[in-house]
Write a protein that binds this ligand. Structure first.
Ligand code: SAM
Length: 223
Protein backbone atom coordinates (compact mmCIF):
# COMPACT_ATOMS: atom_id res chain seq x y z
CA UNK A 1 0.00 0.00 0.00
CA UNK A 2 1.30 3.48 -0.88
CA UNK A 3 0.63 6.42 1.46
CA UNK A 4 -0.83 9.52 -0.18
CA UNK A 5 2.22 11.54 0.90
CA UNK A 6 4.56 9.14 -0.94
CA UNK A 7 2.23 8.97 -3.91
CA UNK A 8 2.14 12.75 -4.46
CA UNK A 9 5.93 13.08 -4.03
CA UNK A 10 6.57 11.25 -7.32
CA UNK A 11 3.27 11.85 -9.14
CA UNK A 12 3.04 13.07 -12.71
CA UNK A 13 -0.20 13.35 -14.69
CA UNK A 14 -0.52 10.78 -17.46
CA UNK A 15 -1.76 11.87 -20.89
CA UNK A 16 -4.97 10.00 -20.48
CA UNK A 17 -5.60 11.27 -17.00
CA UNK A 18 -5.53 14.76 -18.50
CA UNK A 19 -8.47 13.73 -20.65
CA UNK A 20 -10.49 12.70 -17.59
CA UNK A 21 -9.57 15.96 -15.87
CA UNK A 22 -10.90 17.91 -18.87
CA UNK A 23 -14.15 15.93 -18.83
CA UNK A 24 -14.60 16.61 -15.12
CA UNK A 25 -13.88 20.28 -15.70
CA UNK A 26 -16.71 20.58 -18.24
CA UNK A 27 -19.17 19.28 -15.63
CA UNK A 28 -17.78 21.50 -12.86
CA UNK A 29 -17.93 24.60 -15.06
CA UNK A 30 -21.48 23.86 -16.17
CA UNK A 31 -22.79 23.57 -12.61
CA UNK A 32 -20.67 26.44 -11.27
CA UNK A 33 -22.19 28.68 -13.95
CA UNK A 34 -25.80 27.83 -13.12
CA UNK A 35 -25.41 28.78 -9.45
CA UNK A 36 -26.77 32.29 -8.91
CA UNK A 37 -24.52 35.03 -7.54
CA UNK A 38 -21.41 36.98 -8.44
CA UNK A 39 -18.64 36.21 -5.97
CA UNK A 40 -18.94 32.47 -5.94
CA UNK A 41 -16.59 30.16 -4.08
CA UNK A 42 -15.68 26.56 -4.73
CA UNK A 43 -13.75 23.94 -2.78
CA UNK A 44 -12.23 20.64 -3.84
CA UNK A 45 -12.19 18.20 -0.92
CA UNK A 46 -9.31 15.71 -1.21
CA UNK A 47 -7.57 17.79 -3.87
CA UNK A 48 -4.46 15.58 -4.25
CA UNK A 49 -2.26 17.12 -6.95
CA UNK A 50 -4.91 19.80 -7.53
CA UNK A 51 -5.34 19.18 -11.25
CA UNK A 52 -9.06 19.95 -11.34
CA UNK A 53 -9.15 22.90 -8.98
CA UNK A 54 -6.22 24.49 -10.85
CA UNK A 55 -7.94 24.02 -14.20
CA UNK A 56 -11.18 25.42 -12.80
CA UNK A 57 -9.32 28.49 -11.59
CA UNK A 58 -7.82 28.98 -15.07
CA UNK A 59 -11.16 28.58 -16.84
CA UNK A 60 -13.17 30.63 -14.32
CA UNK A 61 -10.83 33.48 -13.32
CA UNK A 62 -13.43 35.15 -11.06
CA UNK A 63 -14.03 31.98 -9.06
CA UNK A 64 -12.81 32.05 -5.47
CA UNK A 65 -11.01 28.70 -5.27
CA UNK A 66 -10.20 26.64 -2.16
CA UNK A 67 -8.71 23.18 -1.75
CA UNK A 68 -8.36 20.75 1.14
CA UNK A 69 -6.43 17.56 1.74
CA UNK A 70 -5.07 15.68 4.75
CA UNK A 71 -1.77 14.94 2.98
CA UNK A 72 0.85 17.58 3.72
CA UNK A 73 2.62 16.77 0.44
CA UNK A 74 -0.57 17.47 -1.50
CA UNK A 75 -1.26 20.69 0.40
CA UNK A 76 2.26 22.03 -0.18
CA UNK A 77 2.07 21.22 -3.90
CA UNK A 78 -1.36 22.75 -4.45
CA UNK A 79 -0.74 25.86 -2.32
CA UNK A 80 1.62 27.13 -5.02
CA UNK A 81 -1.32 27.32 -7.45
CA UNK A 82 -4.26 27.70 -5.03
CA UNK A 83 -3.17 29.79 -2.03
CA UNK A 84 -6.37 28.89 -0.12
CA UNK A 85 -5.36 25.26 0.34
CA UNK A 86 -5.76 23.80 3.81
CA UNK A 87 -4.59 20.72 5.67
CA UNK A 88 -7.69 19.19 7.25
CA UNK A 89 -9.83 16.11 7.43
CA UNK A 90 -12.58 15.78 4.84
CA UNK A 91 -15.18 15.05 7.52
CA UNK A 92 -14.09 17.87 9.84
CA UNK A 93 -13.09 20.75 7.58
CA UNK A 94 -13.30 23.58 10.18
CA UNK A 95 -14.97 25.91 7.66
CA UNK A 96 -18.01 27.89 8.80
CA UNK A 97 -21.50 26.70 7.96
CA UNK A 98 -22.70 27.61 4.45
CA UNK A 99 -19.36 28.87 3.13
CA UNK A 100 -19.24 27.46 -0.42
CA UNK A 101 -21.36 27.70 -3.56
CA UNK A 102 -19.85 24.57 -5.07
CA UNK A 103 -18.34 21.68 -3.10
CA UNK A 104 -16.83 18.83 -5.04
CA UNK A 105 -14.66 15.77 -4.63
CA UNK A 106 -13.08 13.42 -7.09
CA UNK A 107 -11.56 10.07 -6.21
CA UNK A 108 -12.21 10.50 -2.49
CA UNK A 109 -15.53 9.09 -1.33
CA UNK A 110 -14.75 5.56 -2.52
CA UNK A 111 -12.02 5.33 0.12
CA UNK A 112 -14.53 5.50 2.99
CA UNK A 113 -16.51 2.56 4.31
CA UNK A 114 -19.05 4.97 5.81
CA UNK A 115 -19.67 8.02 3.63
CA UNK A 116 -22.20 9.68 5.96
CA UNK A 117 -19.75 11.77 8.05
CA UNK A 118 -18.24 13.07 4.81
CA UNK A 119 -21.39 14.05 3.00
CA UNK A 120 -22.93 15.49 6.18
CA UNK A 121 -19.89 17.75 6.58
CA UNK A 122 -20.02 18.80 2.92
CA UNK A 123 -23.69 19.65 3.34
CA UNK A 124 -22.84 21.77 6.38
CA UNK A 125 -20.33 23.93 4.48
CA UNK A 126 -22.52 24.21 1.34
CA UNK A 127 -24.64 27.35 0.93
CA UNK A 128 -28.44 26.84 0.80
CA UNK A 129 -28.51 27.26 -3.00
CA UNK A 130 -25.18 25.55 -3.53
CA UNK A 131 -24.41 22.46 -5.55
CA UNK A 132 -22.28 19.44 -4.73
CA UNK A 133 -20.54 17.35 -7.38
CA UNK A 134 -19.07 13.95 -6.47
CA UNK A 135 -16.96 11.88 -8.87
CA UNK A 136 -16.44 8.20 -8.01
CA UNK A 137 -15.39 5.04 -9.88
CA UNK A 138 -18.21 3.20 -11.61
CA UNK A 139 -18.80 -0.44 -10.65
CA UNK A 140 -18.87 -2.31 -13.98
CA UNK A 141 -16.08 -1.02 -16.16
CA UNK A 142 -12.82 -1.98 -17.83
CA UNK A 143 -11.16 0.29 -15.31
CA UNK A 144 -12.36 -1.94 -12.47
CA UNK A 145 -11.15 -4.97 -14.40
CA UNK A 146 -7.74 -3.36 -14.76
CA UNK A 147 -7.58 -2.57 -11.05
CA UNK A 148 -8.36 -6.16 -10.13
CA UNK A 149 -5.89 -7.60 -12.67
CA UNK A 150 -3.08 -5.20 -12.00
CA UNK A 151 -2.98 -4.58 -8.30
CA UNK A 152 -4.55 -7.75 -7.00
CA UNK A 153 -5.33 -5.39 -4.19
CA UNK A 154 -6.16 -1.70 -4.04
CA UNK A 155 -3.14 0.56 -4.30
CA UNK A 156 -4.36 2.96 -1.62
CA UNK A 157 -5.99 0.60 0.85
CA UNK A 158 -9.77 0.43 1.08
CA UNK A 159 -11.54 1.43 -2.10
CA UNK A 160 -14.92 0.64 -3.61
CA UNK A 161 -16.89 1.38 -6.73
CA UNK A 162 -20.54 2.35 -7.18
CA UNK A 163 -23.50 1.51 -9.33
CA UNK A 164 -25.92 4.30 -10.19
CA UNK A 165 -28.46 2.80 -7.78
CA UNK A 166 -25.97 2.71 -4.91
CA UNK A 167 -25.22 6.39 -5.46
CA UNK A 168 -28.85 7.41 -5.68
CA UNK A 169 -29.74 5.44 -2.52
CA UNK A 170 -26.79 6.91 -0.61
CA UNK A 171 -27.68 10.53 -1.34
CA UNK A 172 -31.46 10.16 -1.03
CA UNK A 173 -31.15 8.36 2.31
CA UNK A 174 -29.03 11.26 3.58
CA UNK A 175 -31.64 13.82 2.54
CA UNK A 176 -29.95 15.24 -0.52
CA UNK A 177 -31.85 16.16 -3.67
CA UNK A 178 -30.43 14.68 -6.84
CA UNK A 179 -29.97 17.01 -9.80
CA UNK A 180 -28.29 14.59 -12.21
CA UNK A 181 -26.05 11.55 -12.61
CA UNK A 182 -23.52 11.56 -15.42
CA UNK A 183 -21.35 8.73 -16.69
CA UNK A 184 -17.86 9.71 -17.83
CA UNK A 185 -16.05 7.69 -20.48
CA UNK A 186 -18.74 5.46 -22.04
CA UNK A 187 -17.50 1.89 -22.48
CA UNK A 188 -14.69 2.98 -20.13
CA UNK A 189 -12.12 2.84 -22.92
CA UNK A 190 -10.02 5.81 -21.83
CA UNK A 191 -9.95 4.69 -18.21
CA UNK A 192 -8.55 1.36 -19.35
CA UNK A 193 -6.15 2.75 -21.96
CA UNK A 194 -5.00 5.30 -19.43
CA UNK A 195 -3.17 2.88 -17.18
CA UNK A 196 -2.36 0.20 -19.71
CA UNK A 197 -0.87 2.31 -22.53
CA UNK A 198 -0.83 5.88 -21.16
CA UNK A 199 -3.04 7.08 -24.00
CA UNK A 200 -6.49 8.55 -24.37
CA UNK A 201 -8.74 9.25 -27.32
CA UNK A 202 -12.07 10.88 -27.98
CA UNK A 203 -14.82 8.36 -27.32
CA UNK A 204 -17.03 7.48 -30.27
CA UNK A 205 -20.12 8.12 -28.15
CA UNK A 206 -19.85 11.22 -26.01
CA UNK A 207 -23.27 10.92 -24.46
CA UNK A 208 -24.62 7.54 -23.73
CA UNK A 209 -27.77 5.94 -22.41
CA UNK A 210 -25.75 3.20 -20.73
CA UNK A 211 -26.66 2.21 -17.19
CA UNK A 212 -23.10 0.98 -16.62
CA UNK A 213 -19.79 0.68 -18.45
CA UNK A 214 -18.31 4.07 -17.58
CA UNK A 215 -14.98 4.73 -15.89
CA UNK A 216 -16.47 7.25 -13.51
CA UNK A 217 -19.88 8.29 -12.33
CA UNK A 218 -20.62 11.81 -11.25
CA UNK A 219 -23.59 12.68 -9.05
CA UNK A 220 -24.79 16.26 -8.80
CA UNK A 221 -26.79 17.05 -5.68
CA UNK A 222 -28.23 19.92 -3.66
CA UNK A 223 -29.64 20.34 -0.14
C1 SAM B 1 -7.43 9.58 -5.36
S1 SAM B 1 -6.79 11.03 -4.60
C2 SAM B 1 -7.75 12.18 -5.52
C3 SAM B 1 -7.01 13.43 -5.83
C4 SAM B 1 -7.73 14.41 -6.74
N1 SAM B 1 -9.01 14.78 -6.21
C5 SAM B 1 -7.89 13.84 -8.12
O1 SAM B 1 -9.02 13.65 -8.58
O2 SAM B 1 -6.88 13.58 -8.76
C6 SAM B 1 -7.53 11.11 -2.98
C7 SAM B 1 -7.03 12.27 -2.13
O3 SAM B 1 -7.85 12.35 -0.97
C8 SAM B 1 -7.04 12.62 0.15
N2 SAM B 1 -7.70 12.11 1.36
C9 SAM B 1 -7.91 10.81 1.70
N3 SAM B 1 -8.55 10.75 2.88
C10 SAM B 1 -8.75 12.04 3.29
C11 SAM B 1 -9.36 12.63 4.43
N4 SAM B 1 -9.89 11.89 5.40
N5 SAM B 1 -9.37 13.97 4.52
C12 SAM B 1 -8.84 14.75 3.54
N6 SAM B 1 -8.26 14.24 2.43
C13 SAM B 1 -8.21 12.90 2.30
C14 SAM B 1 -5.72 11.91 -0.13
O4 SAM B 1 -4.65 12.49 0.60
C15 SAM B 1 -5.59 12.11 -1.63
O5 SAM B 1 -4.84 13.25 -1.92
Amino acid sequence: MISWNDYWKTYSTSKAEKWLILERNKILQKYFNIIEGNEKSVIEIGCGFGSNISLLKETLPNCNCFALDNSIEAVNLVKQRIPNTVLADASDTKFDNETFDLVYSSGLMEHFRDEKPLIDEWKRILKPNGIMVTFIPARFSLWQLYQIMHFGNWQHGYEKSYTQKMLIDLFLSNNWKIIDIIGIDPFSMNGFAMKLFNISFQPIWKKSFLKSGYTELCIITKK
